[in-house]
Structure formats: structure tokens, C-alpha cells
Design a protein around this ligand. Structure first.
Ligand SMILES: Cc1ncc(COP(=O)(O)O)c(C=O)c1O
Length: 439
């Protein structure tokens, strides 16, 4: 980065600081992952300069030969990898991709059914604070008392409400999604089934999670999570979807451009093409399998320490922990873990009585640390550190009163940065991280 260093030392230094922070800590936010140098090179390539509004062979600007070639390459690789007949690789990210799907298929106020945000769904699946909840009529479904999707309730609600789209897929759900059952429910009520596989796309490629291809009409995935590509998204239409509506692909294309977006980010498309190539080789399967093995060991170890995992464990890359039994608030735990070098996010748990800013739980996952090469042995160590951190703060007595909470949080933030026990763990974490450099 010699050019950047010369032109803008301030930004250069910030990048270096971030690089160091990431290198020295355990990145365990389940939606984050590290991309290969090849993906990053494509992302930072000459394609960044280009405008190519439209689609391959149907553009509004000249000079598109290689923009067309790279977009077709990305499309073909995605079709082959996921086994679908149609794909749009232009969405800037997951939220615009979901918007495009709704825009293609719905009129304002139409009904969509999605997993409630409070139970692990995504904002764009119908939260009242997102466009999806403001412009459409949302029928949220929930988890049962075990923390598993309540499929019978989904079916009952779908029969009563007759939504146009049923969304399956989540942001904070640790179990296998039964796409077959969702497909049967959607067929029964004549709804489109949208599988949002943003979190689990890489696991589906690695065959450690079933694929929705035979059951869904439309599949959306972000490209930057377990798939390990650049930030971006893809919308795929299945054979089933095209059979239901042969115009589905065309409708999606029109909704993405000119409906919602302008020119595609060709550099992002090139980087998606690279990621898809990487995901199609055998070592990616091993990577996906290791993500799940690591998550399972972590879940078992944390359970041994008395931590309460929602649904009792995990089948995928992600763990959701309710800290209520430890008398620790999720926000307090996330900050303490950060001081110890373990990066997770605070998260609401099902039926959470606390507000989203101070929820009862934390969410963590293994995709990024598995990319670094960590395996079961490291998971056992990480669980031990997490337990030590949580024990260290378990007597903090997070106040219920709003004003008292503000005061508590201010004081806690000041004091926790100097906690000797946590700082000692952060040194041990750093030592472990040194053995697994970011490649
Ligand atoms: C299931 C799911 N769908 C959609 C999105 C939105 O993706 P983005 O943040 O790229 O807009 C996310 C991101 O967290 C997600 O988890």
C-alpha cells in the first residue's frame, strides 16, 4: 500500500491499526469472515472505475466487452455451484437484494411471512423499523419453547393469512432449516418461498447444511459471510420458481435495475466470480465442515461451563447464548469479551424482556476463526477463556432501572478496560492468534 501511505497517511494508519486489531483478536461475529488476497485484488481492480448500467449484452454505456464477460462468468459459476438456472449477481448487498425480491413480486401492503427479528430473523424480513415492515404487511413467526422454528405454527399462520411470500432463513438461528417443510407449506397456500441463505451459503456449498434448491422458488444470499466473497449479494431463481412463473428471472432483473439500483459494481462482480471459483474447489468443502465441527465443540464446552445455549446447541456456524442464568447482561458480556480479545455481538434471545441495546444474550460463530485455520483444540481453549470472562463479570448486577443503567454502563466502560484478569486473557489470545496469521 505504498501509494496510499504516501497520499493519505491518516487512512493508511487507520487500515494498519484495524489490521493489527483484527490479527490480535478472535473474530467471532458469525456474519464476518476474511477473504482471500485474490478476492481482495479483484475488488480493488480496474473494474472499480466502470459504469455498466444494464445487463450483459444490454448495456447503456459503451466499452462493456470485459464487464459483460466478468458478469457472465460470475453468473455461470453461481449457477453451477448452487445448481440453479438463473442468477442475478448485481445486488449491492443483502438488504437491497431482499428489497428487489419484494419489489419484483409484491404490491404495497401485500403480506410476507418471516421469522421475527426478536427470534433471529433479519431486519429485512419484516421488522417494523425496516422498509420491509413499513411497506408490507408482516406476518411474523416464532420459535417454539425449545428454540426451534415452530413449523406447525408457520403452517397454521400461512393457511390463515395466505402471504404472497414466505421467507425462511435467519440471522441468529443455530439449527438446520427444514426447507422441505417450508416448501410444502408454501405450496399449500400458493406462496412464493424465498430462502435467505446469507448466513449458511458456504455451509450449503460444503454440504453440511441441506440445500433449498428443490424447495424454494427464489434464493438470496449475501456473498461475504460463510461464502467468503466480497460484500455483495446474489438472487437465484430455481427450476421450481421458473416453473411457477417463467417471468420470475426477468421480474427480478428489472427490480434490481432499473427498479432499485443504478450501475452494478463490476469490481464487486469480479470478486464474487473469484469467490465462487474458490468455493468450488475441494478444500472449501473441508473448510465448511470444519466451521461446523468447531461450532459444535465450542457449544459442548460452553454448555459444560453452565452456559445456556438457545436450542441446546448448534448444527451450523452459530451459537446464541442466553446469559440470564449467569446474571450477566449481553452488552456487558460483549464488552468484557472484547477487552479479553474475543469479539462477539450482544444479541436478543427469544422472548427477551430486555431492550435490544442491552439484550440478554450474545451471538458468536466460527467462520472467521476457521478461515484462520483454528480447529477443535483452539475451541476448547476459547470456551475456557469465555467462561473465565463471564465469571469475572457475573457479580456486576446490571440495573433494571433505565437511569441507573446509564450510570452503570458509564462506570463499567471506564473500569473494565483496566481489568487485570481480562487483559491477561487478551495477551494469551494474542499469542494464540500469532500462530494463525491472516493469510
Ligand atoms: C439473513 C440475512 N439476510 C440479509 C442480510 C442483509 O445483508 P447486508 O447487511 O449485506 O445488507 C443479512 C445480514 O446480516 C442477513 O443475515
Amino acid at each position: 500500500m505504498s501509494n496510499l501511505k504516501k497520499t493519505d497517511p491518516q487512512v493508511y494508519n487507520l487500515i494498519k491499526e484495524e489490521e493489527k486489531r483484527v490479527s490480535d483478536t478472535l473474530e467471532m461475529i458469525p456474519s464476518n469472515n476474511f477473504q482471500s488476497k485474490a478476492v481482495l485484488e479483484a475488488l480493488g481492480s480496474i473494474y472499480n472505475y466502470k459504469y455498466s448500467e444494464g445487463y450483459p449484452k444490454k448495456r447503456y454505456y459503451q466499452g462493456q466487452k470485459f464487464a459483460d464477460d466478468v458478469e457472465i462468468l460470475a453468473q455461470e459459476r453461481a449457477k453451477k455451484l448452487f445448481g440453479v438456472p438463473y442468477v442475478n449477481v448485481q445486488p449491492y448487498s443483502g438488504s437491497p437484494a431482499n428489497s428487489a425480491i419484494y419489489f419484483a413480486l409484491l404490491e404495497p401492503k401485500d403480506k410476507i411471512m418471516g421469522l421475527s427479528l426478536a427470534f433471529g430473523g433479519h431486519l429485512t424480513h419484516g421488522s417494523p423499523v425496516s422498509f420491509s415492515g413499513k411497506y408490507f404487511t408482516i406476518i411474523p413467526y416464532k420459535l417454539d419453547v425449545r428454540g426451534i422454528i415452530d413449523y406447525d405454527e408457520v403452517e397454521r399462520l400461512a393457511i390463515v393469512e395466505k402471504p404472497k411470500i414466505i421467507i425462511c432463513g435467519a440471522t441468529a438461528y443455530p439449527r438446520i432449516i427444514d426447507f422441505k417443510r417450508f416448501g410444502e407449506i408454501a405450496d399449500k397456500v400458493g406462496a412464493y418461498l424465498l430462502a435467505d441463505i446469507s448466513h449458511i451459503a458456504g455451509l450449503i456449498v460444503a454440504e453440511v447444511h441441506p440445500s433449498p434448491v428443490s424447495y424454494a422458488d427464489i434464493i438470496m444470499t449475501t456473498t461475504h459471510k460463510t461464502l467468503r466473497g466480497p460484500r455483495g449479494a446474489m438472487i437465484m431463481v430455481t427450476e421450481k420458481g421458473l416453473k411457477k412463473d417463467p417471468e420470475l428471472g426477468i421480474k427480478i432483473d428489472k427490480a434490481v435495475f432499473p427498479g432499485l439500483q443504478g450501475g452494478p459494481h463490476d469490481n464487486q462482480t469480479a470478486a464474487i466470480a473469484v469467490a465462487l471459483k474458490e468455493a468450488s474447489i475441494a478444500s472449501f468443502k473441508t473448510y465448511g465442515q470444519q466451521i461446523v465441527k468447531n461450532a459444535k465443540v465450542l457449544a459442548e464446552e460452553l454448555t459444560k461451563y453452565g452456559l445456556n445455549l438457545i436450542s441446546g446447541g448448534t448444527d451450523n456456524h452459530l451459537l446464541l447464548i442466553d446469559l440470564t442464568n449467569k446474571k450477566v447482561n449481553g452488552a456487558v458480556a460483549a464488552l468484557a469479551l472484547e477487552i479479553a480479545g474475543i469479539i462477539v455481538n450482544k444479541n436478543a434471545v427469544p422472548e427477551d424482556l430486555l431492550p435490544p441495546f442491552y439484550p440478554s444474550g450474545i451471538r458468536l460463530g466460527t467462520p472467521a476463526i476457521t478461515t484462520r485455520g483454528m480447529k477443535e483444540r483452539e475451541m476448547i481453549k476459547i470456551a475456557q477463556w469465555m467462561n473465565e470472562v463471564i465469571n469475572e463479570i457475573s457479580n456486576e448486577n446490571f440495573p433494571k432501572d433505565r437511569e441507573q443503567r446509564k450510570e452503570f454502563w458509564k462506570k463499567f466502560k471506564q473500569e473494565i478496560v483496566a481489568n487485570k484478569k481480562l487483559l491477561k486473557i487478551s495477551e494469551e489470545v494474542k499469542k494464540l492468534c500469532l500462530k494463525f496469521p491472516l493469510s
